[in-house]
Design a protein around this ligand. Structure first.
Ligand code: PGA
Length: 252
């Protein structure tokens, strides 16, 4: 059985390195190291170094990367620079990046390949803006296919696909969690597409996580009945008490 993974996506919070370190230290005290649960903390880029320095039980994650390693790309941070700071996981293609800075499927694909082929794990976020009915909209398949096109099959082990419908994110007006059943359906859909691209075994092996209003009350159902391999947690990851409860609930 795969290890479950919980990724704390702090987004553009908090506002100072001091507060980021404090938050990381509080979360560290709430992590009970167990073999089958991995915790990743993804602070904003300017705080990667100080936060990374206080992490012992959690792994360090980044919220974005550029696909080149060094060069004339003003304002960007590369996968190599992040890796040299100790980053092991990189969130890629989060809907907020697609919406607010116009990240395209093509850019997402280049980033996923750069990260996965250079020894880190890409957390590839895909998800529709709206849903009518139970079917997973085909845009999810389009995002997935273009992100993984051209990827060498043996690097798929360095990819976690995170199904994160935009309407389910807590900060989306009216945001509400998806159901574990739907998460399961989305995971099946994702596995089918990957099986079509890379073969049955790859479809079975790919790790699929869920994101969108995950909390201490619903995490166990997503990991249990929903059969998700993990969760991407935004809002709750900024509140140490609630995040600690979520981690405890993820163990049962
Ligand atoms: P949320 O955010 O947990 O606050 O819904 C999740 C995310 O956007 O990664």
């Amino acid at each position: 059985m795969n290890k479950k993974i919980i990724i704390a996506n702090w987004k553009m919070n908090p506002d100072s390195p001091g507060r980021a370190v404090l938050l990381a230290k509080k979360i560290e005290t709430l992590i009970h190291p167990v073999k089958n649960l991995e915790v990743v903390i993804a602070p904003p880029t300017p705080f990667l170094l100080p936060v990374g320095a206080v992490l012992e039980k959690a792994s360090l994650g980044a919220q974005n990367t550029f696909w080149e390693d060094v060069g004339p790309y003003t304002g960007e941070t590369s996968w190599r620079q992040s890796r040299n700071l100790g980053v092991r996981y990189v969130i890629i293609g989060h809907s907020e990046r697609r919406i607010f800075v116009g990240e395209t499927d093509e850019m997402v694909g280049k980033k996923v390949r750069a990260v996965a082929e250079n020894g880190m794990t890409a957390i590839l976020c895909i998800g529709e803006h709206e849903r009518n009915g139970d079917d997973i909209p085909s845009t999810v398949g389009v995002q997935l296919r273009s992100a993984l096109q051209g990827m060498k099959k043996n690097f798929l082990r360095n990819v976690i696909v995170c199904y994160e419908p935009v309407w389910a994110i807590s900060t989306t007006p009216g945001g509400r969690p998806d159901t574990p059943d739907n998460g399961f359906r989305a995971a099946m859909y994702i596995r089918k597409i990957i099986a079509g691209m890379f073969g049955l075994q790859a479809g079975r092996a790919i790790r699929v996580a869920y994101g969108g209003s995950v909390n201490a009350k619903n995490i166990a159902a997503f990991l249990g009945e929903g059969h998700m391999d993990g969760a991407l947690v935004g809002g709750v990851s900024l509140i140490p008490g609630e995040f600690g409860d979520l981690l405890a609930a993820a163990l049962v």
